[in-house]
Ligand binder design. Structure first.
Ligand code: HEM
Length: 496
């Protein structure tokens, strides 16, 4: 039997609730444990910002995430570590099959990464956020504190491009609205309309998810945890190590900004307007964030009001005439309900439910977006280049990209699904020979099918088709982490 407990904002790390937008400066420390006791002492007492609202925002904010290797290095027992999700325990880069599914092949192969494999798997990820001008001092203070217990693998720096990602597009517009009030009835009943409101349990362990169930997590004998951990809602006789924690996926994605704009420019024959059209088609939004689907004039639960940049679905554009089916935002969130899209009304519903609508079946792959949402928390790095500058000669040291970060309660069903079944999928939504125009590796599929195409359907039934897309984004590091609740962090940092 389960019983709903209040949401303890003071036990949840702030990153789950906030993007730390005011904190325009950020650095990510990748650490390995060298002295277990010193590392534990630091983790047991370091101040971690919680999800409680603080006005005005604090000058600095620190968040802590641990990898599976990190938990073991801290002395957490195998029984506990192995009760976390299998993909977290195995890690992002330790399984050739996973690497293939994520597109980590060719120049994305983990053997080429700067961090994230072998002895370069971080044990602890420390995320530092600061108001303008406050990061440098904060970072050196934290690094000094860590010196006793950890070796620093790297410190990933970031750059504030004012909401624009390195290719030049506004980013961070679309996010699921997390149901902090727990008003959304958590159940697996069919949902006919796309909703942006998402159950808390999709992002935090210990709460009901969109299936109405509780995601598996380590539930411990209370004798082991005393009163240090909360009880599980769905198993009150167990201590819940997962509650208020979230998995954190991090990928360092290098962006070839020059390659992107120069390729698009060649396709456009040097025509500036056409260049913008093609680049926007690949993203699914214009550079200023306006969605290609046209006036965003739908009312979506939890999705904003008509007129804002996020109030749309693709219901009125099933053939991709306005926003290509393979555009990055359409692949990464097809904005579908639990049924393939179709006309409103009972007859259409019955046809689609019973599988008599051949057209709808082609869309089956992309149904039920609500089980595959990501809370994105990434930051850009490197140097910003305007698209117009990108048409010039690239500077030799241009290293810019995205520290992609997303949170979710289920890495396999959320990040891995979106990356594999949507972004990398060669036949996404019935498309031939394509993959995500931004993220694709362009490596042929296992059956030899090319993946380097991109099509922009036209009203006459044909499509403007581009082929020979080069790879624009290269994975240079990554890992799976757990962003524990504060009590769970202190528990994991305490001697067994
Ligand atoms: C360097 C790599 C990437 C770039 C340049 C990029 C760029 C963008 C841009 C410009 C948007 C539109 C802004 C918005 O709707 O918020 C967007 C949206 C999005 N991206 Fe990416 N992205 C990258 C990697 C990824 C990865 C690896 C994933 C997940 C596997 C992902 C998932 C999403 C999602 C879920 C959305 C929101 C779609 C929606 O809800 O409409 N992106 N991205």
């Amino acid at each position: 039997m389960s019983f709903a407990l209040p949401v303890e904002l003071d036990d949840i790390q702030g990153l789950v609730r906030f993007g730390y937008k005011h904190h325009t400066e950020a650095s990510f420390l990748l650490l390995r444990v060298t002295d277990r006791d010193a590392a534990r002492r630091w983790l047991a007492s370091v101040p971690v910002c919680t999800a409680e609202t603080v006005e005005p925002p604090p000058d600095t904010a620190l968040q802590i995430a641990l990898s599976g290797d990190g938990m073991r290095a801290l002395g957490v027992s195998d029984t506990i570590v192995d009760a976390f999700a299998a993909e977290f325990v195995t890690g992002m880069a330790n399984d050739a099959n996973r690497a293939r599914r994520l597109g980590d092949v060719g120049s994305n192969d983990p053997s080429r990464w700067q961090w994230g494999t072998g002895t370069r798997v971080p044990h602890v990820l420390v995320l530092l956020y600061a108001l303008p001008g406050r990061l440098a001092g904060f970072r050196s203070a934290i690094e000094a504190q860590c010196a006793a217990g950890f070796e620093k693998l790297d410190c990933l720096t970031t750059i504030d491009l004012d909401g624009i990602e390195p290719f030049g597009f506004m980013d961070g517009i679309s996010q699921p609205l997390v149901d902090w009030q727990r008003k959304r009835a958590a159940k697996d009943a069919e949902r006919k309309d796309y909703s942006n409101l998402s159950c808390l349990g999709e992002y935090l362990l210990g709460y009901p998810n969109e299936y109405g169930g509780y995601t598996d997590r380590p539930l411990l004998d209370p004798a082991l945890a005393g009163t240090r951990l909360p009880r599980a809602e769905d198993a009150p006789d167990r201590a819940d190590l997962g509650r208020n924690g979230s998995y954190l996926v991090m990928r360092q994605l290098r962006q070839d900004v020059h390659g992107f704009w120069q390729f698009v420019d060649r396709q456009a024959g040097g025509d500036a307007g056409r260049r913008e059209t093609i680049a926007s088609a690949m993203v699914g939004r214009r550079r200023d964030g306006v969605p290609l689907i046209g006036p965003a004039d739908e009312t979506i639960e939890g999705g904003g009001a008509p007129g804002d940049l996020n109030a749309f679905t693709y219901r009125s554009d099933r053939d991709g005439l306005r926003c290509p089916l393979g555009a990055h935002i359409r692949r990464s969130n097809p904005r579908n309900a639990d049924l393939p899209p179709g006309a409103p009304g009972f007859i259409s519903w019955a046809k689609r439910t019973l599988g008599f609508d051949a057209d709808a079946l082609a869309h089956d792959l992309v149904a039920s977006t609500r089980f595959h949402r990501l809370l994105r928390r990434g930051r850009e790095y490197g140097t910003g280049v305007l698209p117009e500058q990108a048409l010039g000669v690239p500077s030799a040291d241009a290293d810019t990209g995205l520290h992609f970060i997303c949170l979710g309660a289920n890495i396999a069903r959320q990040f891995e699904f979106v990356q594999n079944a949507w972004a990398m999928a060669v036949r996404f939504d019935g498309l031939p020979s394509e993959s995500d125009p931004l993220l694709g590796t362009r490596e042929p599929a296992t059956d030899g099918t090319p993946t380097d195409g991109f099509s922009m359907p036209r009203a006459d039934g044909a499509a403007d088709r581009i082929s020979g897309l080069p790879q624009f984004v290269t994975v240079v590091g990554g890992g799976y982490f757990f962003l524990p609740g504060i009590r769970a962090l202190r528990f994991l940092a305490s001697p067994p």
